[in-house]
Each structure stands twice: as C-alpha cells, then as structure tokens.
Design a protein around this ligand. Sequence first.
Ligand code: ZN
Length: 344
Amino acid sequence: MKVFWNPAQLTHAPAFFLARGTVRANFEVPARAEALLEACRAMGMDAVTPPPVDIATLVAVHDPAYLTFLRDGYAAWSDIPDAGPEIVANHHPSPEMMANGARVPSNIVGQAGWFVADAACPIGPHTWEAAFHAAAGAVAAADEAARGFNAYALARPPGHHAFKARAGGHCYLNNAAIAAERLRAKGADRVAILDIDSHHGNGTQGIFWDRPDVLCVSVHGDPNRYYPWFTGHASERGGGDGAGCTLNFPLAIGTGDDGWLDAVATGVADARAYGAEAVVVSLGFDASVDEPLNALSVSADGFARAGAAIGALSLPTAIVQEGGYNVGVIGGLLTRFLTGFGNL
Ligand SMILES: [Zn+2]
C-alpha cells in the first residue's frame, strides 16, 4: 500500500489553543506526522510525494473565496500593526446576523471570523502550504483507489471539521471530502466515507448533506459532551436529495471496544447496503484509551478489529488521516489498524 506524504506538511506548526477559557499549547504538532511516517516505514510501506493538486480539484469541494483567504490571509494579517503571530478569530457572524443578510467583510480580522469556526485552527505562515500538500496526498490516494488499489494519505493537518467555506478544529481543507469528490470524478457512482475519528465529522457532513452520491457515516463521542458540540446526533440524516445518506452514531463517553466496534460494523454494513463502489476512511486515533482526549476508551486491539471490519468490504479504499494526538502511541495504532485492514 502506498503512503502519500510531503515533508512540506511539517511546516505548519500552530501554537495557539483555547480550552475552557485557558490558552494552552496547540497539540496538533508536526511530531504527529513524523510518528505516523515512522510507523509506515517500519511496515515497509513506500512514502510517495504526491503531485501538486490543481486548484479546480479543491474548488470541487471548497468555496474559491475561502481558498483565497487560506492562501493569502496570513500576509494581510501580518500587515496589521499589532497582529499576533497567527490568525486567530474572535468575532463570528451569529445565526441571527446570517438571517439578517450578514456578508463577508473586506478586512482580514472580519474575514477570519467569517471563514473560521473556532479558535482551534490558527493560521500561520505555512498553514496553506501544509494543508495544500495534505490535500494533494488525499487526491493521490483517491487516484490509487480509482485504479483499484488501497492507499493511505498521511494527511496533516487533518480535514474532517473543515466545511466548504470554513476552517475548524485543526482542519483547513477537508481531505476526506476532496478524496471522495475525486473518486466521484474518476467514475465511482457511489462513495462511502467511514469516519471513525472520535469527533463528529461535521465538515464532511456539511459538504455532502444534500448529496445522494456520497454516504457519510460518522462514529463519535456524544456531542452533548464533546466537540463539535452542536452536531453529530443520530437525528441528522441529510437533507433534500441526500436524505438518508448521512448516518451518525454518537456514543457515550467511555463506551469501550464493544460498543464502538458495533457502531463501526453497522456503518460498514450501511456502506455495503448503500452500494458503495469505493470507500474513504477518515482515520482518527483520538478514540483510543491512550489518547489525552480518551473519549471512547478504545484499545489498540479495537483499532485492529476496526481495520479488519472495513477491509472486509473489499472495496478500493483511500484511508485519510484525521486526529490522534498522543505522539507516543499513534504510530502503533496506525500499525494495528492497517495490519487489521490488510493488503499492505
Ligand atoms: Zn478528532
């Protein structure tokens, strides 16, 4: 199995993070990617630098104005005399403002609030470069899947909290959505996204909400207790032509292997029943009992069994990295997942 990775993805090194009113060090660190890469090499997997992706491939998922903000916003921010070292938004349009005709402003401070959902996705001098190359890896993995092979995109920064025109939760470009859209463009009539990161894949859901051609399955911690707080309920099932093509499995905090694997198995069965021709896995490790977040208390063996369950679909699969923040364990969890998945 090929691993798609570009060292430029290490250049993004966010510093700011805000948790319960306290500023802390951001834990979406470059060392995460180095740990995952080391695990891949230990498994004998080839790390391949993906070709740059053309902007039209990104526009198939993301709004052009948002892409311009991600690419050029840092330079404008840096021109503010008293600007901090990263774009961090603290003004956001409320639903009431949106209902009253709110518009994106020309000033970078206002644009930051418009295009960014929360304080967990600071934008620094190399954020665009890293996100761009992570997305290119997802596209390359999708191209492998379109040729009938499985592939792993070592995507960092991650993507599943990014909407069509909004960053959030460490995510800027939605790598999994870009991979799914690429598979559609390459001829797969139906694509299933299986998101087993411990957080609801809210951005992915938003992008495909009214689409019948992409099934979005997310297994995650109960949003009443856990980021992204507002979405991820079982009652959210898609809208319009996409009604029934969004499936959410919110789980109680601390669920453990059995409940988590039951939900994963249900999602896999749903993907099979849907008639998926290709699969995108949003692979996060933050459900692990060894993670600082430890939302769902999943063991390393649980990740191996999840890999086996998804691999048993025997469909071309692009595995796209999402979260997982314990640098000391995520390499081992990736090894267990991919070994369980098979076809290395
Ligand atoms: Zn997560």
